[in-house]
Design a protein around this ligand. Structure first.
Ligand SMILES: [Zn+2]
Ligand SMILES: [Zn+2]
Length: 65
């Protein structure tokens, strides 16, 4: 999980709105985030052999550890 984000990376809604337990589980297993945690823009996601990269037009690229 990306720390400090305001939005859920999986569903794009505010973290304090509703229950994101299922989202966190999905993200914790294999799924790349679909939305930027800082601005909730939809990110461009690419799955790579080693994991994934997801890039936000404003906040740049993040990648799986
Ligand atoms: Zn969520
Ligand atoms: Zn962003």
């Amino acid at each position: 999980m990306s720390a400090g984000g305001v939005y859920c990376g999986y569903c794009g809604r505010a973290r304090d709105e509703g229950d994101h337990g299922a989202c966190a589980r999905r993200l914790g297993v294999v799924d790349p985030p679909r939305f930027c945690a800082a601005c909730a823009r939809r990110m461009v996601v690419q799955v790579t052999p080693g994991g994934w990269t997801a890039s936000c037009g404003r906040h740049g690229e993040s990648r799986s550890a």
